[in-house]
Design a binder for this molecule. Structure first.
Ligand SMILES: Cc1ncc(COP(=O)(O)O)c(C=O)c1O
Length: 459
């Protein structure tokens, strides 16, 4: 997996020069995006609709998507490996999604009463995750918020445990120690609870206890020091907002055992891993089932849709009305019509076999370039997702991830964008995302750009 560094210092010196050169090309390709952005700055705060749409040197305005491709406002065509931050496993305008959504639109899109599609989606999620009962939400944030509320409602306890560097959405309880710089984090074995955004009261932040990923001793210690006070742990079973960080063997089993022993619940945040790393997400892939699963992103096939699933014991609290899981748009007919098509027509077993083939091509191709150029990098990939990590060794937690120089991924991103491959703008934190509509030729374009970047670095 890892390749030894030949000469990282020389790479670093070259990077700034290459970034400046590629940014000039990038800007010259996108005059219309620049115009739209200038106009947007007058009516949209910061000129975008979410802060994470800002990219350097400027945000890219999209015209449309088709299959595995997207087109920007200047008419540039890209192979889309951004996938709208890990959503578009179905690709763009997939005929099954177009059909399902068009049929639903023509029959009315919102009643705030359930439609039959919701049952089919819940049945299919129950089958894939082995958790019997489900409810819907509209985003990953809403799903993880419900999970945290449920854990507190069921146990009558206030504290929760969260992994340092993990992102679970933008509600107060989980906006703690997300993308903080090393200086703010406190001791590695006793991480501080650092508010990740302004507007989060200290009293809420203090209820979220932080542990490093892949560190069972810390989880054990936090549970021992807060005996009887922890409602549960929210955990992304594979960290996917710090590149891709895999769980060590036994980590998930260990967390499962510790939470049970502590009378606490375990909620998996599968907003990114769900439906992308396997048909039943990380739960199926690693074989450790939590009490609650949170889904969003890929399940809506491009429409806003989230879900929480749970054991009968957990969901009984919703059934009885101890916890009101509510929302005007929950189970919105348009969203569940799309989700039904995603689950029953698009993300079939054959789709996952297709991901396996494309992923193998990605990993093998990247590996060849890394070896040929002696880059200090390696790839990590699961299902439809993967990333190049610019470090010779595997990252095991957020602090390892922080040691990686951001400029490698920024420069690589610019080479890919200028070479017609759209990757997520937040460089080293993000992954590539394949869809069922990608082809080996699409993957080859990515690999060619990576090889061009690597040889520019070494020239
Ligand atoms: C792991 C994880 N959980 C939750 C969320 C929040 O999802 P949303 O942006 O749909 O609210 C994200 C978003 O990127 C995520 O990556």
């Amino acid at each position: 997996m890892a390749m030894a560094a030949r000469d990282t210092d020389r790479d670093l010196a070259r990077l700034d020069e290459l970034i400046a050169m590629q940014e000039r090309i990038f800007i010259s390709r996108q005059p219309r995006s620049a115009e739209l952005h200038a106009r947007a700055l007058r009516s949209l705060a910061g000129g975008v609709t979410s802060t994470w749409q800002i990219s350097r040197p400027q945000p890219i305005w999209i015209s449309h998507g088709a299959g595995s491709h997207v087109f920007d406002a200047d008419g540039n065509e890209y192979v889309d490996l951004h996938g709208g931050y890990g959503v578009m496993a179905v690709g763009h305008a997939h005929p099954a999604i177009v059909r399902a959504v068009s049929q639903r639109v023509a029959r009315g899109t919102h009643f705030a009463q359930p439609t039959e599609d919701a049952v089919v989606v819940a049945e299919e999620l129950a089958r894939r995750w082995g958790l019997p009962l489900w409810r819907f939400a509209n985003s990953g944030t809403e799903a993880t918020m419900d999970a945290v509320h449920l854990m507190r409602a069921i146990t009558g306890r206030s504290k929760i445990v969260k992994v340092e560097g993990s992102y679970h959405g933008h509600h107060d309880s989980v906006q703690v120690s997300v993308y903080e710089p090393l200086l703010d984090l406190g001791p590695a074995d006793r991480p501080l609870s650092v508010p990740s955004s302004s507007g989060i009261p200290r009293a809420i932040t203090d209820l979220t206890l932080i542990v490093p990923f892949n560190d069972l001793d810390s989880v054990e210690r936090v549970f021992a020091e807060n005996e009887g006070e922890i409602a549960g742990m929210i955990l992304e079973p594979v960290m996917m907002n710090a590149g891709i960080i895999l769980p060590d063997r036994g980590f998930l089993e260990g967390v499962r055992a510790i939470t049970r022993r502590g009378g606490a619940l375990l909620a998996y945040d599968e907003v990114k891993t769900g439906l992308t790393v396997s048909p039943g997400g990380a739960t199926e892939l690693f074989g450790v089932t939590p009490d609650i699963v949170c889904l969003a992103k890929a399940m809506g096939g491009g429409l806003s849709c989230g879900a929480i699933g749970g054991t009968r014991d957990v969901m009984e609290h919703i059934v009885r009305g101890d916890y009101d899981q509510v929302g005007t748009f929950n189970g919105n007919p348009l969203a569940v019509a799309a989700a039904r098509a995603v689950l029953t027509e698009v993300l079939t077993d054959e789709a996952y076999r297709r991901f396996d083939g494309l992923r193998a091509q990605m990993v093998e191709g990247c590996g060849k370039t890394i070896a040929n150029q002696g880059l200090a990098a390696h790839t990590v990939a699961l299902g439809a997702k993967g990333c190049i990590t610019f470090s010779p060794t595997r990252t095991r937690n957020y602090r390892d991830f922080l040691t990686i120089d951001d400029r490698f991924s920024q420069c690589h991103w610019l080479f890919q964008m200028n070479g017609g491959v759209f990757l997520p703008p937040w460089g080293k934190a993000e992954q590539w995302m394949l869809s069922v509509q990608h082809s080996p030729e699409d993957v080859q374009r990515f690999l060619d750009n990576f090889a061009t970047f690597a040889s520019a670095l070494r020239s």
